[in-house]
Design a protein around this ligand. Structure first.
Ligand SMILES: [Zn+2]
Length: 333
């Protein structure tokens, strides 16, 4: 372990256990952002998955650590507290996108630790396959779905003027995965149409199954999980014209209202992207709260339509003390 890493772990821990830390966090809340919980930790450790995936052992470890240091509460207990703040800081878990693994791998561990969570669904995908270009392209290039589709996609990328870098042939899995991560990030400069066309060239299996309504209702009935909208098609809201933007928000809101018993009055921006126009539209569709992706602690005076969150990667889930370091930095900001 490097000195820097050790320093972050130790000072983060000291912060949470000091009177300064307790005072700064008194009455405040920490909202965590997760995406996927895979069935295997080694798969989640790879750099191209690390940001959006955690493994079951790491998630179990994270939940144990959270319950020791925080009051793990439903999101609305932070946004609209009904009880006097307790001595410990509050934390709420949120999951974006509505991955099926939230039901398969995350829920049993939430149940074990009795930790509540909120899941934000891209409503067009419920009960079908998620259309996330980065997931389909990454996993196809990684070879998860076989050599033939991998070679085919490499050809298509070449035709699109994005040849695969040689580093992706590296024998070392971690290096290959890191090169893949950088390459896929570089594709963000392509247009939505180009990315769509490339996604079409990936095998169907590369589009993961989303949660279906039966799973949504079963999770809701557990009393531990609530749901909110995360766009309909997961389009980046700031890039839509007024009419499409309104349709996207309305469609996702209506789907949740029809499918859930008690949908959250909280919108969750795809990619976290929002501006004054998007926030106004979300407010006009009766959402008093919305979640972004900027980092910070929630206090009662935060902008309710761009609430800050802390992203949880596999690295952070394995070393939750790093999270207290980030909270400490966020509290000082
Ligand atoms: Zn998302």
């Amino acid at each position: 372990m490097g000195i820097k890493h050790l320093f972050k772990q130790t000072s983060g821990w000291l912060y949470l256990n000091s009177s300064v830390g307790r005072n700064q966090l008194h009455g405040a809340g920490v909202i965590l952002m997760l995406h996927r919980v895979l069935s295997n930790d080694r798969a989640a450790d790879l750099p191209h998955r690390n940001e959006l995936c955690v493994g079951p052992k790491a998630f179990d470890h994270l939940l144990g650590w959270l319950t020791r240091h925080f009051d793990c509460v439903p999101l609305m207990d932070i946004l609209q507290p009904t009880q006097r703040p307790s001595k410990r800081p509050k934390v709420a878990l949120t999951f974006d996108d509505g991955w099926r693994d939230n039901a398969m791998n995350a829920f049993p561990l939430l149940l074990k630790h009795q930790v509540p969570a909120s899941i934000f669904l891209s409503s067009d995908f419920i009960g079908s396959r998620q259309r996330f270009w980065w997931e389909s392209i990454s996993e196809t290039l990684w070879g998860t779905h076989g050599e033939e589709p991998r070679m085919h996609l490499i050809e298509c990328l070449q035709q699109a003027g994005r040849p695969l870098p040689g580093l992706l042939d590296n024998a070392d899995a971690d290096r290959r995965s890191l090169a893949l991560l950088r390459f896929v990030q570089s594709l963000k400069t392509l247009t939505a149409d180009e990315l769509n066309r490339l996604t079409d060239e990936c095998p169907t299996d590369s589009m993961p199954q989303a949660l279906d309504w039966q799973q949504v209702r079963a999770l809701e009935n557990s009393g531990l999980v609530r749901f909110g909208p995360h766009g309909a098609s997961h389009a980046i809201l700031t890039g839509l014209d007024d009419c499409t933007l309104a349709q996207e928000i309305r469609r996702s809101r209506d789907a949740l209202q029809n499918g859930c018993n008690r949908p959250l009055p909280v919108y969750c921006y795809p990619n976290g992207d929002n501006d004054a126009r998007v926030r106004q539209q979300v407010a006009d569709h009766d959402f008093p709260f919305a979640l972004g992706t900027t980092t910070g602690i929630y206090r009662g005076d935060s902008e309710p339509l761009a609430l800050p969150r802390f992203g949880v990667s596999q690295r952070v889930a394995r070393n939750p003390q790093l999270l207290s370091w980030r909270i400490y930095r966020g509290a000082r900001a």
